[in-house]
Design a protein around this ligand. Structure first.
Ligand SMILES: [Zn+2]
Length: 207
């Protein structure tokens, strides 16, 4: 097991966030506080127990490692070590392998690393794009706040804001498997939801 898997298997984001000083208030099954990563008063920063965190204000999100990276300005490995040491999580178990086994492992690991790196890049690009779209529609929505709420133009912006908020959140707190699926399918998810939205609104416009 890598140090990342080890750490994530042994501690929850919620516990770490509390220990690192976030002042969380429970609403239903989610915990909220004022976001430590952007200026706000409303408390858009959410922690989903067992999963991860996501800020509905600025779009940052991820797992317990990511949270620690951001809070203390560390790289992922440093963050994992910090959590392991702060919460007494034993890492790097000792095992004995033959030289040949070790050589095989190294080859396999390199292959896996290459694949993982490729997909990590794809995910990162997709996630950044999503964050940018979310920020764009957040701005548009705030510019449109005085518009008639039943206006189709307002509703179009609202649909996109809600869509990108939801998708970015799912992306941010999702397991890597889910992130991969989304990276590959985001376009069709969007098209399906837009179609659904259009259907509802065509009906309403006809009334
Ligand atoms: Zn934020």
């Amino acid at each position: 097991m890598s140090i990342f898997t080890e750490v994530k298997a042994n501690i929850k984001t919620l516990e770490v966030a509390k220990a690192y000083g976030l002042n969380l208030k429970r609403k239903g099954s989610t915990y909220f506080c004022v976001c430590p990563f952007h200026k706000e008063k409303t408390g858009s920063f959410a922690i989903y127990p067992d999963r991860g965190f996501y800020c509905h204000g600025c779009g940052v999100g991820g797992d317990v490692i990511k949270l620690t990276e951001l809070l203390f300005n560390l790289n992922p490995l440093e963050a994992a070590h910090k959590i392991a040491s702060d919460f007494n999580i034993p890492v790097e178990g000792k095992r004995n392998y033959t030289k040949e086994q070790k050589r095989q492992f190294a080859i396999e690991q390199q292959k896996l690393k290459d694949i993982a790196e490729y997909w990590a890049n794809q995910i990162e690009v997709k996630f950044n794009n999503l964050c940018n779209m979310f920020k764009l529609f957040r701005e548009l929505l705030s510019e449109a706040k005085d518009m008639d709420k039943s206006d189709i133009n307002y509703q179009w912006v609202k649909f996109h804001y809600d869509f990108f908020d939801r998708i970015t959140e799912r992306f941010a707190i999702g397991e890597i498997k889910e992130q991969l699926q989304m990276t590959q399918n985001i376009q069709s998810i969007y098209e399906i939801e837009l179609k659904g939205w259009e259907n509802v609104w065509t009906k309403q416009l006809k009334l």
